[in-house]
Design a protein around this ligand. Structure first.
Ligand code: GLN
Length: 493
């Protein structure tokens, strides 16, 4: 891997320059990311830009003017986040060739902190998917086993971190798109509380759920990145004015998780459907946390079982509205008749929207249907009521627990192609990440070990923690205790 921690140490002790880090990273990308067998984590690599930013960082360091811990550190950014002057496709042909005219707030903040963005990472089109197989350009593969998915939709970001193409990355998480790929790739993925990080410059999918999240190769890296990008932003009225407290080692004195109440909502998987190896990892993790002084308690989330149906009504409804902006005029190359209105305008819309992939079309159609006058009450209004119930369940659970522990995914990373012909099977895999999204809560996935239970290859195991609203510090306290370092077999640092 290419840990943020190690990059930082090398920069501070002078053993490596940021330019040397960038060169090493670019060499790895050239070797492992390209071609049919390559991992396919990046849609765009900015060699020249990254080298120039690294040179500027090195110059600052030489004169003692570094901007903080991320100065000179190599990171990657999901390709649905605008980076000024760079291609931003959101994994869609509709945006192929479009260059963002401004930085997303999260990207601007990373850059202001001196981080070196090496490229834009692959994703399911508009973030709609759980395997990165819905990218309009190419599939991303899991660095642990290239026949398997890295997860999605931030599969490129998680794969890039796992493969050592950068120590950390920004992703987005609408219903699990940071946490699920993090679990599948053996890295840390954090979705903060809704409102912690600005959505300005994020290509919108479902605005009431979309959040920028971070992936990193350890909890420390995730904390640094999240701290850099969080905070109120006048460009996004849903951002919170609450300052983000320190996520790093407020328990250095040794508090650890002693006395922390960890709630486990076992009812959510009582009916089965979760692979044994994941439940075993959960039990072992409970035992480990208990040995460290945490108190494991049973909690119930009775309405969370409806999260999949609720999410796929609300997210598609919002998507059908958000994606109506792609009409061939404001974004991307114009593909219809050049002039005129009337029938020609219709042809322009059609030519543009023909570029949407099958999954995006399915969601626009579903979303438009559930929003239509005759069905709104039965679907959207009902889903909003269930969403509220799910949030209340969490509120109740947090009376008895300080943080919740549950699987991130019901399965190990599945094989490429296994679920592409069965959208419902793909959606059901999101069961454990959707409840926290619907409730707007901070949640994260961390590696807790590896297994060979899935076949001949070693695969990572991840588990999820969910925190109270705006209580990222407690979430990180538990994350630090839960995380186990896992390293890709054969990895060289
Ligand atoms: N897998 C979920 C979906 O397909 C979540 C995606 C996301 O979080 N962007 O919608």
């Amino acid at each position: 891997m290419f840990r943020v921690r190690d990059q930082l140490r090398a920069l501070i002790d002078g053993s490596k320059t940021s330019q040397a880090l960038v060169d090493a990273c670019l060499a790895r990308i050239a070797r492992d990311d390209r071609g049919d067998d390559g991992i396919g984590a990046f849609l765009d690599v900015d060699d020249a830009g990254a080298r120039a930013i690294a040179a500027a960082s090195d110059a600052r360091r030489a004169t003692g003017q570094t901007r903080g811990p991320l100065d000179g550190v190599v990171v990657a950014v999901k390709d649905n986040l605008c980076q000024r002057g760079r291609p931003t496709t959101a994994g869609s042909r509709v945006l192929a060739g479009w260059r963002a005219p401004y930085d997303a707030t999260c990207v601007a903040r990373l850059r202001a902190a001196g981080a070196v963005v090496v490229g834009k990472t692959n994703l399911d089109e508009f973030g709609m998917g759980s395997s990165t197989e819905r990218s309009a350009f190419f599939v991303a593969k899991n660095p642990w086993d290239r026949a398997r998915t890295p997860g999605g939709s931030s599969g490129g970001a998680a794969a890039a971190v796992a493969a050592g193409f950068g120590g950390a990355g920004l992703g987005t998480d609408t219903g699990g798109s940071v946490r699920q790929p993090a679990a599948f790739c053996g890295v840390v993925g954090v979705k903060p509380t809704y409102g912690r990080v600005s959505r300005h410059g994020v290509v919108a999918f479902a605005s009431s759920l979309d959040q920028v999240g971070v992936v990193a190769d350890d909890v420390f890296g995730a904390a640094l990145l999240l701290s850099a990008v969080a905070g109120v932003d006048p460009h996004d009225a849903t951002t919170s004015t609450r300052p983000l407290p320190s996520l790093l080692g407020d328990d250095v004195g040794g508090a650890g998780v002693r006395g922390l109440r960890v709630g486990v909502p076992r009812g959510l998987w009582a009916e089965g459907g979760v692979e044994d190896v994941i439940l075993r990892a959960l039990d072992e993790s409970c035992a480990r946390l208990a040995a460290d002084g945490a108190v494991i308690v049973d909690v119930a989330l009775p309405h969370a079982a409806h999260a999949v149906a609720t999410y796929y009504v609300l997210a598609t409804a919002e998507a059908s509205s958000n994606l109506s902006r792609y009409e061939g005029i404001r974004y991307g190359p114009r593909r219809g008749p050049p002039e005129g209105g009337g029938a020609e305008l219709g042809a322009l819309y059609e030519a543009t929207r023909a570029l949407f992939g099958a999954e995006v079309r399915r969601r626009i159609l579903l979303g438009t249907f559930v929003l239509s006058a005759g069905f709104y009450d039965a679907y959207v209004a009902q889903a909003q009521r269930v969403r509220r119930r799910i949030a209340l369940d969490f509120h109740d659970a947090f009376g008895a627990a300080d943080v919740l522990l549950l699987p991130t995914t019901p399965t190990l990373p599945f094989r490429l192609g296994d679920k592409t012909s069965d959208p419902l099977a793909m959606y059901l895999g999101d069961l454990f990440t959707l409840p926290a999204s619907l409730a707007g809560l901070p949640a994260a996935s961390v590696p807790v070990g590896t297994t060979t239970a899935g076949g001949p290859t070693t695969l990572p195991l991840g588990l999820q923690l969910v925190g109270r609203p705006f209580d990222e510090p407690t979430l990180f306290r538990a994350l630090r205790a839960l995380a186990v370092d896992v390293t890709l077999p054969g990895d060289v640092t």
